[in-house]
Ligand binder design. Sequence first.
Ligand code: A2P
Length: 361
Amino acid sequence: MPSSLPNAAPRVAPRVAIVGATGAVGVELLRCLAERDFPLASLKLLASSRSAGREVVFRGQTLTVEALGDDSFQDVDLALFSAGSGLSKVYGPKAVAAGAVVVDNSSAFRMDPDCPLVVPEVNAETLADHHGIVANPNCVAIIAAVPVAPLARAFGLKRLQMATYQAASGAGAAAMEELRASTQAWIEGRPFAPQVLPHPYAFNLFSHNAEVDAESGYNGEELKVIEECRRILAAPELPIGVTCIRVPVLRAHAIAITLEFECVVSPEEVREVLATAPGIQVVDDRARNHFPMPSEAEGQGDVLVGRVRRDLGDLSGRSIALFVAGDQLLKGAALNAVQIAERLFPAAKAQSRSSDLVTAS
Ligand code: A2P
């Protein structure tokens, strides 16, 4: 059932607020709105009081960042949240009560049955069930789901196994800065005390920094990836194993994925499905040993998919191994959120940029 909110009828050009506009994802949200010509009746930039008064240029106009507060969502139709789950839990419902539809980038509502968890290429139809809040999935879940979903539809999926190589951006702008600063210190032979991440980051990698469940040994990121992939793929019982690792890369994640299908499947059949699936670029050049890399995924909206080959660990012939890379800040966060917003406000998407009116409020 579509939202029964006062502003449920999509305005032609919505009044938009970005919560966390100064953060790593917030900056990319602004860039995606601009690059995709998303028509806006107005745009409000919200962050902490530390950033209030800061000026940001958007499509040639100077906007002033405001401190997030209880009254921030008056006259807002669409609120894009990316300031952490604590703030989403407090201010998301306030935004909905004020009449806005929320697209939330945090984990706060991802497993709430009232909040669809959406990757538009995979399950856009679930958007119809929202009650004011739509959840943007975990970055690994999005980047994995884009290639896994069409293959699951084509061949039937029995089991999914993944190992991730996750960039600093997933831990925010401060973690990206820690990677830069600690690398510089390492090169200059200076000591560096990590402040954002728990371990030395330069020329190192470590198990994902999310809290580890003492009993199972899985960390919070791995558990999120498992639960969210099952929800996005509409496969609540799907056996999924994953190991999440933080690597010293600034902003694009890579994932080694092994899929066990219901039937024997050849690498050629898999490539054929991937070639026409939305949101994917196949990068699979065996002759040149050229496969998906974070450095080439960076700045791209598509997920790069390659190293398509039989999994020799499964003699039945039903398993295929892949390697993928996707920009964590774009498809893994901001771009997916803006693509959701385009589906929520289709009239806005169709409108031409010439009619935009952007006002700082
Ligand atoms: P600020 O820059 O003012 O701290 P990242 O994920 O890159 O760390 O970004 C987090 C985003 O969330 C930033 O825009 C940050 O704003 C914002 N934020 C953090 N704490 C608050 C808060 N208490 N109220 C509003 N926004 C916040």
